[in-house]
Design a protein around this ligand. Structure first.
Ligand code: AMP
Ligand code: AMP
Length: 341
């Protein structure tokens, strides 16, 4: 029987690396963490890496990739992996890679993402073609805006052009989307779909902790206007939430629909961890504005498991550990290719 001792688990030191590497060790794997120079401390302090490979910048990944291949390491992609290596270079990754690479193209291209989600019967916020069409609150998102930084809100075409001024001339300023602003609460739903068991699991939920959006309620409306505070959504952390239980059937159904639809767009389909990110309005409509086809940092509060994984596993089960378990089961069944892509 194939043995997990013949493989290692590797990832980049940021985002969700702590839980990925700890989870891998808990499942019995040796681990490798690729760190940027000067940023190794967390991975040493929490003792999650058997080996640390230091690079100047994450984009230098390809310079050290051979070391991973030589050690039979399986790369677990996360938000920083895609952000720093670039969705377009993902296909050049030669090391073993957990998950379907092709799906990342659908995730990172807004038009493709929308088609996929619509095929899966997911409710999406309305998109406005041009600023002149704005007839309600919209959120303006620049492509590749990292972690929500630089988003802004407008209610009318005039307001749009007024606020847009300060972005003009900046790199990428022409590439934005005008999305209906949904008033409600943000809910990010974390899923796991295993190609080994063929089952979809709900891993947990979070909301983001964003600066300055999450602090604006701490100053009076008058002061907000007087001081000219503009809302931004720079991600700084994540807050765990537990959802009203009667919403769970719908959450399962949405996840399953997304998995089923993915099989029609990419060979192998979507598997492993993924996340639907959206807003639930007062009528309990769940509008999804984005899908992440990989582990999200919102799973970080659950290193020791979430209420939902506790129901299913009776042992600490982070999303990172769930990934390692999937790989372990695939290896033991001689089906490793099922989880690589
Ligand atoms: P970082 O390695 O922290 O620069 O993150 C890489 C990318 O992952 C960022 O561009 C963010 O979009 C995303 N990201 C990082 N941390 C979080 C988080 N805690 N919650 C949501 N997204 C995150
Ligand atoms: P994103 O980077 O797309 O995950 O969005 C960052 C943040 O912007 C979210 O956590 C929400 O607070 C907010 N946001 C994004 N899209 C919408 C929307 N259509 N309606 C309301 N808020 C949104």
């Amino acid at each position: 029987m194939a043995n997990i001792k013949d493989y290692k688990i590797a990832t980049l030191g940021s985002h969700t690396a702590l839980q990925i590497l700890k989870g891998a060790k808990d499942e019995g794997f040796k681990t490798i963490c690729i760190c940027e120079k000067g940023k190794t401390k967390p991975y040493e302090s929490y003792n999650v890496a058997d080996e640390i490979i230091v690079v100047d910048k994450f984009k230098d990944y390809f310079e050290i990739e051979q070391q991973l291949i030589d050690q039979n390491a399986i790369i677990i992609p996360h938000g920083s992996f895609v952000a720093y290596i670039g969705a377009e270079k993902m296909m050049d990754v030669k090391a073993m890679h957990y998950g379907t690479k092709g799906i990342l193209e659908w995730e990172s291209d807004r038009t493709k993402e929308r088609k996929w989600l619509l095929d899966a019967d997911i409710k999406l916020p309305k998109i406005f073609e041009k600023p002149e069409d704005i007839d309600r609150p919209v959120i303006i998102k620049f492509h590749g805006a990292h972690g929500g930084k630089g988003y802004f809100i407008a209610n009318t075409p005039e307001e749009f052009y007024e606020r847009y001024k300060k972005y003009e001339g900046k790199e990428g300023h022409e590439d934005y989307v005008l999305q209906e602003y949904i008033v409600g609460v943000p809910v990010y739903s974390h899923y796991f779909y295993s190609p080994v068991t063929g089952e979809l699991e709900i891993m947990g939920f979070d909301k983001r902790y964003e600066s300055n959006a999450d602090s604006i309620g701490r100053v009076a409306a008058k002061d907000q206007v007087d001081v000219g505070i503009e809302t931004t959504y720079t991600i700084t952390g994540n807050v765990p939430i537990v959802l009203r239980e009667s919403l769970l059937p719908q959450i399962f159904e949405m996840g399953q629909n997304v998995v089923d639809a993915s099989k029609k767009i990419v060979d192998g389909g979507l598997f492993g961890p993924f996340c639907l990110e959206g807003i639930i309005d007062p009528e309990l409509n769940y509008f999804v504005f984005e899908i992440s086809a990989r582990i999200v940092a919102g799973t970080n509060p659950y290193v020791n498991g979430s209420p939902y994984t506790w129901l299913r596993y009776n042992e600490p089960m982070s999303t990172g550990r769930r990934v390692a378990r999937d790989i372990k089961e695939a290896i033991e069944k001689n089906e490793l290719e099922k989880v690589l892509g």
